[in-house]
Design a protein around this ligand. Structure first.
Ligand code: AMP
Length: 121
């Protein structure tokens, strides 16, 4: 299901991306539609469609994504000021690319909650 997403094409260098980090397990690149001064996406090279599809055997890779986030934050100098990591799942979570990814947002004070929920009356 997740084999042919745009992120697989970025991993395979079939389409361009502004890559900021790469290792054997993960790739990080700038989001094409940034929602903060720093907005990076950290993805596993192994495609996993949604967080619902994470298996127990994927614990190392998923944990690694968050380690990469903290490493980038240190390297780019915003670890102390702070940042946000987000993973969206499926339609209600706002997921649009079905290859799991950690959004890494930083560079300004980020509001919370991150959305204005419209309550049905
Ligand atoms: P999500 O909505 O959580 O699935 O996040 C997908 C993210 O991928 C969005 O923030 C998009 O702006 C971003 N995106 C989509 N296509 C590209 C691309 N070619 N290069 C970089 N970011 C992309």
């Amino acid at each position: 299901m997740s084999q042919d997403t745009i992120f697989t094409k970025i991993i395979n260098r079939e389409i361009p991306a502004d890559i900021v980090y790469e290792d054997d397990l993960a790739l990080a690149f700038k989001d094409i539609n940034p929602q903060a001064p720093v907005h990076l996406l950290i993805i596993p090279k192994q495609p996993i469609a949604t967080t619902n599809d994470i298996q127990k055997s994927d614990r190392e890779i998923v944990g690694h994504l968050f380690w990469v986030a903290s490493e980038i934050a240190r390297e780019q100098g915003f670890a102390e000021n702070g940042y946000r990591t987000v993973m969206n799942c499926n339609e209600d979570g706002g997921q649009t690319v079905y290859h799991i990814h950690v959004h890494l947002l930083a560079g300004k004070p980020l509001g919370w909650p991150p959305y204005q929920e419209r309550l049905k009356t």
